[in-house]
Structure formats: C-alpha cells, structure tokens
Ligand binder design. Structure first.
Ligand code: PGA
Length: 251
C-alpha cells in the first residue's frame, strides 16, 4: 500500500512574510506517517527549502519546462528546481492546460524531463463539467493518462504521482463525492496496471478539488485515494494541518 501524500498547491499566492509564518506553523505541526509537500510560487522555493531543511517537509514546483536549459525566456527547468532542493513538481494542472494552452503531449514531455532531473512529477488529470455531463469522463482521463504513460519506463512509473482533479471541483467549493472520486481513481490505477501491476499497486493517486478539513477524511478513506492536492485550503495553516492530520489518522 502506498503511504499518504498531502500536497499544498499555493498557486500564485504568498509573500516572504506569508512563507515565514506558514513555514513556522507547518514545522510546529505533528503529522506522523504522512508525507507533506508544499508547492509555493517558484520565487519562494529557496526560502521554503531553507525553512524546511531537515524537517522532512518537502518542497516542490508548480510547473517546469521540458528542457534542462536553453533560450526559453521566463521558464524554469526541472534541473533548476532540483538544484534548489525540490523533490516534486506539479505538471499539467488544469489551470496550465486552460490558461497556458498546455496539451497532454506537452505534459508528457515535461513528465519525462522532470523524471530525468530526479523530480517526482505529480501529473494532474481531470474532466470539465461539460465532459462529465456528456459522460466522457473516463475517455478524457484515459487519453490524458495514457499519453503520459506511453513515454515512461516501468522504473519511471515508480516515481510518478497522479492527481485526479475534476476541473469543475477546483476552487469552486464543489467536491467530487467520495464515490465519484474513487471510481476515477480505481480507473487510473487500472490504466497503470496495464503497464505494470506492481507500479500500479504502489502508485500514489491524489484527489484534488475543494478538499477541506470537513471532507478530507471521507475522501482519504476511499481505497484508491492516497492523499490530496490542496489549493485554497493550503493557504490556511490550520486547515492544511488539519487535512494532514486526517491523512495521518488513516489506518
Ligand atoms: P482547490 O484547488 O483545493 O482550491 O480546489 C486544488 C488544485 O487546484 O490543485
């Protein structure tokens, strides 16, 4: 059984002062048996890795380029994230797909690059409201997941994390029901099992989309949910720590 991972995606929020106070609060929290990850905006990564040094709390990026270096103004490479102590990078978040025209092909290239740099990619997949209404959720997820899996070796699969984030649930306060989430998570695990059964069994599949203290437990109780990718609630130390605690209480 994979362990629980709770990741905070701060998106484009934060300040030096916010990092200091959030860092101090998270350091004081006690959540045994849960992997905690914070993904601040890129500029704040060095500050957070310094604060969390030797604490076990990990730091990740929210995006990266697919090249190690080059003439790509404004971009950050996976090697640079690694250089500054990141262990994870979120890739293919629906906001990147929606506002920055990221395709699944691009996400697949970034995933390979992140793995080559020694980062664990958290690849986000999820259907829109219209796609769910049209009953194409499983087709959408299958296409998004398989495009990434096609480029990976079995060893790569052991370092991959997938986050199921229904687009209609992100930042809307509307959460997928535990049953809705579980059926997609089980489907994702099955897609990975078609490549390698052991990697599928070990795969951490996170749920994201309006996770809060009040719904975290029932989501984490689902068989194929191994943690959460938390947006809004990760900006509030008490809420985020409560969610981490709920994960640490899982049997
Ligand atoms: P939310 O965001 O928790 O605010 O819905 C989740 C995400 O976008 O990763």
């Amino acid at each position: 059984m994979p362990g629980y991972l709770v990741a905070g995606n701060w998106k484009m929020h934060g300040s030096i002062e916010f990092c200091q106070s959030m860092g101090a609060d998270l350091l004081a929290s006690d959540c045994p048996q849960v992997e905690i990850l914070v993904c601040p905006p890129t500029l704040y990564i060095p500050q957070m890795t310094t604060i969390f040094e030797h604490s076990g709390i990990q730091v990740g990026g929210q995006n990266c380029h697919f090249e190690a270096q080059g003439a790509y103004t404004g971009e950050v490479s996976p090697l640079m994230l690694r250089d500054f102590g990141c262990s994870y990078v979120i890739l293919g978040h629906s906001e990147r797909r929606q506002y920055f025209a990221e395709t699944s092909e691009l996400v697949a290239k970034k995933t390979v690059a992140a793995l080559q740099a020694g980062l664990k990619p958290i690849v986000c997949v999820g259907e829109t409201e219209a796609q769910r209404a049209a009953q194409t959720t499983f087709d959408v997820i299958k296409a998004q997941v398989n495009l990434v899996l096609d480029d990976l070796s079995i060893e790569d699969l052991l370092n991959l994390v997938i986050a199921y984030e229904p687009v209609w649930a992100i930042g809307t306060g509307q959460t997928a029901t535990p049953t809705q989430a579980q059926e997609v998570h089980a489907f994702i695990r099955e897609l990975v099992a078609q490549r390698d059964a052991n990697a599928a069994a070990m795969l951490q599949i996170l749920y994201g989309g309006s996770v809060k203290p009040s719904n975290a437990t029932e989501l984490f109780q689902q068989q194929d949910i191994n943690g959460g990718l938390i947006g809004g609630a990760s900006l509030n130390a008490e809420d985020f720590i409560t969610i981490c605690r709920k994960a640490s209480e899982m049997p």
